[in-house]
Design a protein around this ligand. Structure first.
Ligand SMILES: *Cc1c(COP(=O)(O)O)cnc(C)c1O
Length: 432
């Protein structure tokens, strides 16, 4: 490991040996809110968004931030301010997007299992597009829309049978994945959909997975989908919009950094002459590197020839390492001396699972109880996937912009967490 791998990402930098988020020293935030906590750089998010939209210059394109990556309303609201709509996958996300000020007509709704209630709520909200993934879903949506005297704007999400070459749990475009409709089947569904009185056929959608770092799968998927768009147009289907999904990855490790310019070129090449409005649903690309999880060393345990750095953050706060074998850079908030010796460490949390780790055999400088660490690139699928496992309260989220900081979600308190349970009537009441 050389010193460059210890360098933090955009929005974060060392000043006088102390890691800062934009203009704010992070140890000061730790004092104020306690550890662990998520920390976001608003400027880093904006820069990622501007890079993404700049790459699409010249295209008739709209960006819908995929809020499942990070659904904090401060984040959703920021992207809305910068001009993005939202891509949602549940009524909860739709409600959050609306609460964060995203207008209904800038929201697209994805997902294989929308319930009647969710459909009705989304119709009421006047969303731009439902991305439909099956015949039963199409029929159900038609029924719900008819019962409300409305027409549901629909894009069919196809499965182009392309392997995204990403982690298997986040690949969605292979034949065996639950997502999307086969192209052959989609031909029939477009015919069916056009005679449904509650359905307005408007688009075609594709999304083959997340954390794509290689561009060939995008090319294959976009080519197949654009060809299919042309075919359906020629067959008289009144398509307006081609939704190319999200999935652009970030360089967590020595992963090949995805090439945004190449991605944009592929879009331009494969959609040339379509005359379609394009839609994009980036999530991870916009937020991953703009966030850290800050955690404190509780103990350093040496046992059986291994060195365990036991920290106060855990898999319930950030599940990616154990769920996806994900690699997150880990850096001490106080910069190590340049000559500091690096020793292999397992960085683990206090949860009672052997899967509760952030890193295995990671070369780290000397650490002691009380030291603060940052897990890098934790802005996407971090806090959004957190749980209360082991009765650990959800950790706070802090956003920084220049010299300002804001707690955008306070730490859940024990009383709130515990008060969610109810005792059944057959147990004797507690007298305390
Ligand atoms: C998850 C998801 C996205 C966002 O994926 P990222 O890899 O975070 O960009 C976009 N569209 C759909 C349909 C999704 O399910």
């Amino acid at each position: 490991m050389n010193s460059t791998t210890l360098l933090p990402q955009e929005g974060f930098s060392f000043r006088e040996g102390l890691l800062h988020a934009e203009g704010v020293p992070i140890d000061r935030i730790a004092e104020q809110v306690g550890t662990p906590f998520y920390l976001y750089s608003s400027s880093a998010m904006e820069a990622a968004y501007q890079r993404f939209t700049a790459a699409l210059t010249g295209l008739n394109a709209k960006v819908f931030y995929a809020m499942k990556a990070n659904s904090n309303q401060a984040v959703v609201r920021s992207f809305a301010e910068w001009g993005a709509g939202s891509d949602v996958v549940s009524e909860g996300e739709l409600r959050r997007a609306l609460a964060a000020g995203v207008p209904g007509n800038r929201i697209v709704f994805a997902g294989v299992g929308k319930t009647q209630r969710e459909m009705a709520f989304a119709l009421e909200a006047g969303i731009l597009q439902f991305n439909v993934e099956s015949l039963p879903e199409l029929e159900q949506l038609n029924q719900v829309a008819l019962s409300m005297g409305r027409k549901a704007p629909v894009a069919l999400r196809v499965n182009p049978n392309v392997d995204a070459q990403t982690h298997t749990k986040i690949a969605t475009g292979r034949k065996a994945d639950k997502f999307g409709i086969d192209l052959d089947h989609a031909r029939t569904l477009y015919r069916d959909a056009q005679v449904m009185k509650g359905i307005a056929v408007e688009g075609l959608a594709v999304h083959i997975g997340s954390q794509l770092t290689r561009m060939e799968p995008f090319r294959d998927a976009f080519q197949r989908t654009a060809d299919f768009y042309r075919e359906m147009q020629a067959a008289g289907v009144p398509l307006l919009r081609l939704d190319l999904g999200g999935g652009l990855g970030v360089p967590y490790h020595h992963d090949q950094a995805p090439d945004l310019q190449r991605y944009a070129e592929i879009v331009k090449e494969t959609t040339a002459g379509l005359g379609a409005e394009l839609a994009f649903e980036p999530g991870r690309y916009l937020v991953a590197s703009a966030g850290l999880l800050v955690t404190r060393v509780v103990f350093v345990k040496e046992e059986r020839g291994r060195r365990f750095i036991i920290v106060d953050g855990a898999m319930n706060d950030l599940i990616r390492p154990t769920l996806y074998e994900a690699w997150h850079n880990i850096i001490p908030l106080r910069q190590a001396d340049s000559g500091a010796e690096l020793t292999p460490c397992d960085v683990v949390g206090p949860v009672c699972e052997s899967g509760d780790f952030f890193a295995k055999e990671r070369d780290l400088p000397p650490l002691k109880s009380g030291d603060l660490l940052a897990l890098c690139d934790a802005g996407a699928y971090g806090s959004a996937m957190a749980s209360n496992y082991n009765s650990r309260p959800l950790v706070p989220e802090v956003m920084v912009r220049g010299d300002e900081m804001a707690v955008v979600r306070p730490r859940q308190d024990y009383a709130t967490m515990i008060a969610q349970d109810r005792l059944p009537g057959w147990l004797p009441a507690l007298h305390n």
